[in-house]
Design a protein around this ligand. Structure first.
Ligand code: NAD
Ligand code: IPM
Ligand code: MN
Length: 347
């Protein structure tokens, strides 16, 4: 069981350290960890945010535990050298097209939600975000128009096979949950979304037990705060999924709680918190590591088939929260290491 650990920038190393402590505490026979540089730190050390050595480590491993990338010092580099290219490059190079972002309210945390407790307590949803296509990976550029104005442009597209494979992931996920799937698009305006919706309807024929609905993304953003309990599985494209999952995090309490799995057709997966490098709190020991610890649990479940150990980690996090352990993001005062200690004690 080889796991690549790519901690990255900002709070990435701080939160990853706690997740690694949790993995090591499980004493899994045959578990070996391999570290690699990604993001701004990799650019500074090797001249590239995703060095060839790092990609080689990734390919040689069964799964990747990823912290975060992003460094304000690098925001003006040419785009292909920016830290964010490390995560985009890994997703593309390894064919990690299916991003699972579960959001569920932990018992005792209803009051931490940005929503009223009785609304928040209903949340138990899974966002299935497509991760290899959309406007993220289309051609893009900045050009000068004949009249001298600068114009930025980004090509948005989805081919039917790209939609079909994420549709199957989402329908299968729905089969394993409440059998409700809501596809989120902008088919009233975008042709990309029209193809998306048409393919969702086609694939639905293979899953007669799943109730498929469609929602425009603007309405979905509104419904997510009005009545998030209506959602079971949500499937959407790369850009909409990015935005809606950050929003979902505040519905359950904090972005420091939401984990994710990025999966390919095989067993290879990348596991990371949905948050970024949080430069505003980096280096201060203030970040909540729970999202990363929960990502390590998803790693055990999806890439290593260790369901019991995954559930054990999730139970330890839930117990810590139920016992009142709170980072600053949840209005508490526990720091990164103290939260890690609290989870370890309960493991
Ligand atoms: P962010 O998620 O890093 O931070 C947003 C806000 O949430 C900040 O106030 C931050 O302090 C807070 N926050 C985030 N994670 C937290 C945690 N674990 N505990 C407590 N508070 C937390 O988003 P941003 O500020 O828009 O982006 C910062 C950098 O991260 C950018 O360079 C961006 O491109 C990058 N980014 C990377 C990833 C990734 O690596 N997958 C994801 C998102 C953003
Ligand atoms: C995420 C992040 C990334 C994305 C960035 C850092 C490229 O926001 O994982 O949610 O947009 O996918
Ligand atoms: Mn994001």
């Amino acid at each position: 069981m080889k796991i690549a650990v790519f901690a990255g920038d900002g709070i990435g190393p701080e939160v990853t350290r706690e997740a690694v402590r949790v993995l090591e505490a499980l004493d899994l026979p045959g578990l070996v960890l391999f570290e690699g540089d990604v993001g701004g730190i990799a650019y500074k050390r090797h001249g590239h945010p995703l060095p060839a050595e790092t990609l080689q480590i990734a390919r040689a491993c069964d799964a990747i535990l990823f912290g975060a990338v992003g460094d304000p010092d690098c925001d003006n580099l040419e785009r292909h050298l920016r830290p964010e290219q490390a995560i985009l490059g890994l997703r593309k190079e390894l064919g990690l097209f299916a991003n699972l972002r579960p959001a569920k309210v932990f018992a005792g945390l209803e009051d931490a939600s940005a929503l009223r407790p009785e609304v928040a307590s209903q949340i138990d949803l899974l966002i299935v975000r497509e991760l290899n296509g959309d406007v993220y990976f289309g051609e893009k550029g900045i050009r000068t128009l004949p009249d001298g104005r600068r114009q930025g442009w980004d090509m948005m597209s989805y081919a039917e096979d790209e939609v079909r494979r994420i549709a199957h992931v989402a329908f299968r996920a729905a089969m394993g949950r409440g059998k409700k799937l809501c596809s989120v698009d902008k088919a009233n305006v975008l042709e990309t979304s029209q193809v998306w919706r048409d393919v969702m309807i086609e694939v639905a024929r293979d899953y007669p037990e799943v109730e498929l609905s469609h929602m425009y993304v603007d309405n979905a953003a509104m419904q997510l705060v009005r009545n998030p309990g209506q959602f079971d599985v949500v499937v959407t494209g790369n850009l909409f999924g990015d935005i809606l999952s950050d929003q979902a995090s505040m519905c359950v309490g904090s972005i420091g709680l939401l984990a994710s799995a990025s999966l390919s057709d095989g067993k290879m997966g990348l596991y990371e918190p949905i948050h970024g490098s949080a430069p505003d709190i980096a280096g201060k020991g203030l970040a909540n590591p729970m999202a990363t610890i929960l990502s390590a649990a998803m790693l055990l479940r999806h890439s290593l088939g260790l369901e019991a150990q995954a559930a054990q980690i999730e139970a330890a996090v839930a117990k810590a929260l139920a016992d009142g352990i709170r980072g600053g993001d949840l209005g508490g005062s526990q720091g990164t290491a103290a939260i890690g200690d609290a989870v370890l004690e309960r493991l």
